[in-house]
Write a protein that binds this ligand. Structure first.
Ligand code: GMT
Length: 376
């Protein structure tokens, strides 16, 4: 099949999912066209089935806001015609489903009917899309999609609660490429560079937005390191990072916390990690928790949104109420204090991740594309 994938190319779960999905589809012989404003961070172009088309938005001083949706829908029209693309898969309702719908209409005018699959990722529903300024456009474009998927049951429930949706929503969970993670020719894990032999390594990876509750992470770690030797690796960048650095200074733990900034070497960081922290206020899925589990890292998380669908309480890690710093620190110590318990949780984390292996999830998307093409 010839599939166009529209996504956000930056660091963030929806872009990662869209990129990994496209790359695996390409490996399976499909022709994939990524259409976005810059090359997605995890996109390797060394595959003849992978194409990347950049959406250019000319800067014009008259415009306070440059019209990205217009440029994107025009690009979609051009690429569908040029490459005879058979299906549009847009990740994130805002503004991609909206631009996709416009492209569909323009193509229809030229006698080309193309189906559109929209995947909801969370922030487009719970944080941004639900805003009254966007709500009518988001509701409209979801209802006008040929097929709609959401990355968790929790996100599906939220979408149906917050919007007047007439379309069936199919839950297709996010996935992980276990073969890639377990590849034998990987560079060995360099744990000793990061921490002393007796220290546990705790990690958090995100875009440091408020929703990730970064101060909770620092406070949980503060409690942990009082009881056992430990280091905290903070990976990523965003508006809450500087405040977190000051909080570490205030608590006197700056020497035990390493702030890495954005990284493309998540697997190298996770292979050194003993425990992952994700105390988010809301999380439709928590892809990064799954990435940690796939590297055999147990997860201490909140029980918000779709996290209970990913992290199994008392098995792959523990879940607590949002903001329960004490409870999360206590659970973390339960895992970290004892070598045998830690080994058991690591094994369980990997076993849980196996449920989300790309090999099981990808055929669900392929089936959806086939059904949507057959519809026209
Ligand atoms: O929250 C983020 O880190 C970024 C955000 C996005 O829009 O890319 O992630 C959302 O989509 C991911 C992929 O489906 C999910 O794993 C995240 O849980 C979800 N974030 C939220 O719901 C807050």
């Amino acid at each position: 099949m010839k599939i166009a994938i529209v996504c956000y190319p930056t660091f963030g779960g929806s872009g990662v999912v869209a990129t990994e999905l496209g790359l695996e589809l390409a490996r399976r012989g499909h022709e994939i066209h990524f259409i976005t404003y810059s090359q997605p961070v995890r996109l390797a172009l060394l595959n003849p089935n992978v194409h990347y088309h950049e959406v250019n938005v000319p800067e014009y001083p008259l415009f306070h806001y440059q019209p990205y949706e217009l440029a994107l829908s025009s690009k979609l029209v051009d690429m569908v015609k040029l490459y005879k693309i058979e299906v549009l898969h847009v990740h994130y309702a805002i503004p991609h489903a909206y631009a996709g719908y416009m492209a569909k209409q323009m193509l229809k005018d030229e006698g080309i009917d193309i189906p559109m699959v929209t995947t909801l990722h969370g922030t487009d529903i719970t944080l941004v899309g639900n805003h009254p300024f966007y709500k009518p456009a988001v509701t409209f474009s979801i209802n006008k999609s040929d097929f709609v998927t959401s990355v968790s049951q929790s996100l599906k429930d939220d979408t149906l609660k917050l919007f007047n949706i007439k379309k069936e929503i199919q839950v297709i969970p996010n996935f992980i490429e276990l073969d890639q993670i377990q590849k034998e020719d990987k560079t060995p894990c360099q744990r000793s560079v990061m921490a002393n032999e007796d220290e546990r390594i705790i990690t958090h990876i995100s875009n440091f937005r408020k929703v990730k509750r970064i101060p909770d992470i620092i406070k949980i770690f503060h409690a942990i390191q009082k009881e056992i030797p430990a280091k905290l690796m903070m990976v990523g960048d965003g508006p809450e990072k500087e405040k977190a650095e000051y909080l570490c200074q205030e608590l006197g733990i700056l020497d035990k916390v390493i702030f890495f900034g954005n990284s493309n070497e998540i697997d190298k960081i996770l292979c050194q990690t003993d425990l992952f922290l994700l105390p988010s206020k809301t999380e439709s899925f928590g892809l990064v928790a799954l990435e940690a589990m796939a590297c055999g890292v147990p997860v201490i998380s909140s029980n918000a949104g779709g996290l209970p669908e990913v992290n199994q309480d008392g098995f792959s890690g523990f879940l607590s109420e949002v903001g329960d710093i004490k409870g999360m620190a206590k659970n973390a110590l339960k895992i970290l204090k004892d070598d045998e318990v830690l080994a058991e949780f690591k094994k369980n984390a990997l076993a849980t991740a196996q449920k989300f292996d790309i090999k099981k999830i990808l055929p669900l998307y392929e089936d959806l594309y086939r059904r949507s093409i057959a519809k026209y």
